[in-house]
Design a protein around this ligand. Structure first.
Ligand code: NAD
Length: 379
């Protein structure tokens, strides 16, 4: 059976879904691995490296594949070249790409979305949201340090003492905790806030100060955050305002599953920041935690430079690809069975991970929220 690695086509996407060092994991399961030419170019991986690892580099790799792996959803032209009954594994935010989901359905493709892998312990090694959030969180802290025209750490020198920078992080999920850890390693004084009760301890375990706003916590299903009411949001903004006014760098990473990112910081709050201060909005692409931030751009609000994140893991394509590829290997391994002593791609749809991640199969959209967006709610 054949697994093909697609060359990404979306603007700004530099990652690739498989790296040469993990090709042998797939071949040892019994798969032939084919790679589209230049698939790794964005991540500085040459075709020759895939070939040396045992893959075949071929222009029409997708057409004869049983399974196609990619980071972004395949474009419609590629989907139409696939064999009926083939499987795609990628990120597939159905609500944002309804035409692609409709095409996958109509072409009889089985598609799995990495962001729908349930967050149960057995699936941790396949959790691409976490692996990419780790990269994004690290990058946020590094960008903040790069834009800020002062030291992160305390410096005590013969010429005098330079105080450390103060960094405030809002949202302490995987990305936020990684931003905290990175800013701490660079020597900043870090304070952080998250609406989940469990987050306070996680923030402190990273060596940062947990900001206590004396507001009710907002736990939703599965330990995730719940959406704020407008009144709760206004009280949170008011209580956070002095912390933000004092910060040299503000990093926001707050998200609520299935919703637009919550607006945590108004332009007026940014305007009260000091000259030279820096704001990093990791949520800029999904609505923004900071009013006025622009995804993929740096804008000036008051005295602050406001950096809006756009596909941030693509800014570190090597490690982001390697972690994503490991997630892919792990999910493909789960979907591989043995027949006559050979590995075969045979996903067990009674398995929670396989079933939950499946978006389309046999001409039907199985993921209900996506189906409602693409086909409309049932009458
Ligand atoms: P996320 O990317 O969905 O959101 C980022 C953070 O924003 C979350 O911590 C959330 O609580 C916070 N947030 C939401 N609204 C906020 C607001 N108004 N103000 C401040 N913060 C706000 O989060 P994530 O990285 O996916 O992690 C969310 C939870 O899932 C965490 O508890 C994490 O430990 C857990 N998790 C579990 C697994 C697993 O079990 N396999 C894997 C990854 C994450």
């Amino acid at each position: 059976m054949k697994i093909a690695v697609a060359k990404e086509t979306r603007d700004g996407e530099t990652r690739v879904a498989m790296v040469p060092e993990l090709v042998t994991k797939l071949t040892s399961l019994g798969y032939d691995v084919a790679v589209e030419p230049d698939a790794g170019a964005g991540a500085l991986i040459a075709d020759e490296e895939y070939a040396a690892a045992g893959a075949v580099v071929e222009p029409d790799a997708l057409a004869s594949a049983d399974v196609v792996v990619s980071v972004q959803p395949l474009p419609v032209e590629s989907i139409r070249r696939l064999r009926k009954g083939a499987t795609t594994i990628s990120f597939l935010p159905g609500g944002q790409v309804p035409d692609i989901v409709a095409d996958l359905r109509d072409c009889g493709i089985t598609s799995h979305a990495m962001e729908l892998v349930p967050r149960i312990s057995r699936a941790q090694s396949m959790d691409a949201l976490s692996s990419q959030a780790l990269v994004a969180g690290y990058r946020c802290a590094i960008v903040a340090a790069g834009l800020l025209r002062r030291f992160f750490p305390l410096n005590m020198t013969a010429a005098g003492t330079v105080p450390p920078a103060e960094v405030v992080v809002l949202g302490a999920g995987v990305a936020g905790l990684q931003a905290i850890a990175t800013a701490k390693r660079l020597g900043a004084v870090v304070k952080a806030y998250d609406v989940r009760a469990a987050a306070a301890e996680e923030i402190r375990s990273m060596g940062a100060q947990s900001i206590d706003l004396e507001l009710e916590t907002l736990e939703g299903a599965g330990g995730y955050a719940r959406e704020m009411t407008e009144d709760r949001a206004a009280r949170q903004r008011e209580a956070l305002a002095p912390y933000i006014a004092n910060a040299d760098a503000l990093i926001t990473t707050a998200a609520v599953p299935g919703r637009q990112a919550p607006l945590l910081v108004t332009a007026e709050m940014v305007e009260r920041m000091k000259p030279g201060s820096v704001v990093i909005d990791l949520a800029a692409e999904s609505g923004g935690n900071v009013e006025g931030s622009v995804a993929g751009d740096v804008v000036k609000i008051g005295h602050a430079q406001v950096w809006g994140g756009a596909n941030v893991p693509s800014q570190m394509p090597g490690p982001a690809s390697k972690l994503y590829a490991q997630n892919i290997v792990n999910i493909v391994t789960l979907m591989t069975g043995i027949a006559d002593g050979e590995g075969v791609f045979a996903p067990d749809f009674d398995d929670e991970i396989v079933a939950s991640s499946c978006v389309t199969r046999d001409g039907v959209i199985l993921h209900e929220p996506t189906r409602e967006i693409v086909e409309g709610a049932p009458a």
